[in-house]
Design a protein around this ligand. Structure first.
Ligand code: GTP
Ligand code: MG
Length: 194
C-alpha cells in the first residue's frame, strides 16, 4: 500500500476545491464556496499497487495564508495552483514554491505547478510557455488542467505521485549510502586503534 499526503495551495479562487472534487468525486461544483480547510480521500490502483491519496485543501486568500509554508508540513508533495485567467495568481506561485522549499529545507521536495481553468481560453492572461518556463526555473513539474472539462486532472495527481515515489527512492538510496560510508569509517578507525 502506498500513501500520498498531498497539499493543494494557491491564490483564492484559482480552483483548488474544484480540482480536488473532480479528482476524488468526478464532479464539477459550479458554485464558489470559499474553503476553510478540508480533507478528501481517493483510492486508486496504479500499476497493480493500492494507492491512497489524502488530499488537503487549504484556505486561499491574500499573500499571508497563500504562502503559509507550514501548510506543507507532513505532506509528501504539494500542488501549487494558478489560474490561466489571473496574472496575480501566477505571480504568487514563485513566492509560494520558494517558501515551501525553505520551510521544508529541501530543493528536491516534490512540487507540481498546476495551471487551472484551461477551458477559459478567451480569458487567458498567462501563456502555457510562461507556465512551463517558471516550472523549469523552480525545479517543479508543470501541467495545464481544466476541472470543468476534466482535462489532465487525474494526470496532475499521478505526475506528482511519480515525483513523490522518485524522491522517496532517492532518500532511501542516500540513507543507504550514508550508512555504508559510516560503516567504512568505523571499520577504518577500528583498524587504526588496533
Ligand atoms: N471555467 C472553469 N471554472 C472553474 C474551474 N475550476 C474552478 N472554476 C470556478 O472557479 C471558482 C472558484 O473555484 P474554487 O474551487 O472554489 O476555488 P478555490 O481555489 O478553492 O477558492 P478558495 O477556497 O476561496 O481559495 C468556482 O466558481 C469554480 O466553479 C475550471 O476548470 N474551469
Ligand atoms: Mg476552496
Amino acid at each position: 500500500m502506498t500513501k500520498y499526503k498531498i497539499r493543494v495551495a494557491g491564490e483564492y479562487g484559482v480552483g483548488k476545491t474544484t480540482l480536488i472534487h473532480q479528482f476524488t468525486q468526478n464532479y464539477f461544483p459550479e458554485e464558489y464556496d470559499p474553503t476553510i480547510e478540508d480533507l478528501q480521500l481517493k483510492h486508486m490502483v496504479i500499476e497493480g499497487e493500492n494507492c491512497y491519496f489524502e488530499v488537503y485543501d487549504t484556505v486561499g486568500g491574500e499573500e499571508e495564508p497563500l504562502v503559509r509554508p507550514r501548510a506543507a508540513r507532513g505532506a509528501s508533495g504539494v500542488l501549487v495552483l494558478y489560474s490561466i485567467t489571473s496574472r496575480k495568481s501566477f505571480d504568487l506561485v514563485t513566492v509560494c514554491c520558494k517558501l515551501i522549499r525553505e520551510y521544508i529545507d529541501s530543493d528536491h521536495f516534490p512540487i507540481m505547478i498546476v495551471a487551472t481553468k484551461a477551458d477559459l481560453e478567451d480569458d487567458r492572461k498567462v501563456s502555457q510557455g510562461e507556465g512551463m518556463d517558471l516550472a523549469k526555473s523552480l525545479n517543479c513539474s508543470f501541467i495545464e488542467t481544466s476541472a470543468k472539462s476534466n482535462l489532465n486532472v487525474e494526470q496532475a495527481f499521478l505526475v506528482l505521485a511519480r515525483k513523490i515515489n522518485k524522491s522517496r527512492l532517492d532518500k532511501l538510496n542516500n540513507n543507504l549510502n550514508n550508512r555504508k560510508t559510516n560503516k567504512n569509517h568505523k571499520n577504518k578507525s577500528t583498524c587504526e586503534i588496533l
